[in-house]
Write a protein that binds this ligand. Structure first.
Ligand code: 13P
Length: 287
């Protein structure tokens, strides 16, 4: 059964580790992540962006697939199915479809509008027992080939959003989605510390987990980060292993073209990446 992310993140914050949010793209992705979480006895959050939601034939298809897999694979660790960077409308659709957690990313709105929209969703999510993630200070990343630097959130604005009663808060601290450029300035721990001091027990979320060095991840966790999002790193691992399989000519041997064989090395690479992250984040045996 899907659960809200509230309990797993409250525990993570109190015990100073982080739960990974791994974004899913298809059945193979979902299966690899769920199996790894179960093997490591770790809680896990499956992230779905609106684009991936469309690709996978809509939110109800995803809810059906994930619930079916939890059942058929005998998954007993806590699993949250979470909308990643949702619009206001997207969040409502996911709530209706049976997601157990949603993110409303109002970071591009003026703060007053971010507050009013977040507030409405807080009451809907509370009523249904779902967790809600809000965002202040947008997370940069690659758009049309240009890598934008991540914004640094205003800690006072973070407090205003946290006080609305959201479950967890994503705050920009110089992090970006995708690969980090060579001249990246690193995470702003000063900002993170200021946000933590103002938001107290609120679990903080670190987006753009791909490529952040291990020592920075550990420091971020020590300063209140209890959810870390990883997407690109699994995609790179999958692509590399799949390319190697084909470059080695394995698809031309016997029934190597069978998708169950063709995608197997890529799936193993996703599992290895998820395992490495769960170990680094400290969520192993915390189910
Ligand atoms: P990466 O793709 O950089 O790992 O970021 C994932 C993320 O933050 C999803 O919201």
């Amino acid at each position: 059964m899907l659960v809200s992310a509230k309990e797993m993140l409250t525990k993570a914050k109190a015990e100073k580790y982080a739960v990974g949010q791994f974004n899913i793209n298809n059945l193979e992705w979902t299966k690899a992540i769920l199996q790894t979480a179960q093997e490591l006895n770790s809680p896990v959050i499956l992230g779905v962006s609106e684009g991936a939601g469309k690709y996978m034939c809509g939110y109800t298809t995803i809810v059906g697939m994930v619930n079916g897999m939890i059942n058929e694979l005998g998954i007993t660790v806590p699993v949250a199915l979470h909308l990643d960077h949702g619009s206001y409308e997207g969040a409502k659709k996911c709530i209706e479809a049976g997601f157990s957690s949603v993110m409303f990313d109002g970071s591009h709105y003026p703060i007053e509008e971010n507050i009013s929209k977040t507030k409405e969703l807080v009451s809907i999510c509370n009523e249904k027992g779902l967790s809600l993630e809000a965002e202040v200070g947008s997370i940069g990343g690659e758009e049309d080939g240009v890598i934008g630097g991540g914004e640094v959130a205003d800690p006072e604005e973070c407090k205003m959003i946290a006080d609305l009663g959201v479950t967890m808060l994503a705050a920009g601290i110089g992090n970006i989605h995708g690969k980090y450029p060579e001249n990246w300035a690193g995470l702003s721990f000063e900002t993170l510390d200021a946000i933590q001091q103002l938001t107290g027990d609120m679990p903080l979320v670190l987006h753009g987990g791909t490529g952040i060095p291990a020592d920075m991840i550990k420091k971020a966790i020590s300063l209140g980060v209890s959810k870390i999002n990883v997407n690109t790193e699994c995609q790179l691992a999958f692509a590399e292993a799949t390319r190697k399989y084909i470059e080695d000519g394995k698809d031309l041997v016997g029934k190597g073209f069978d998708p169950r064989k063709l995608l197997a090395d890529g799936c193993a690479a996703i599992k290895a990446t998820v395992k490495e992250k769960m170990e680094l984040f400290g969520s192993v045996n915390k189910a």
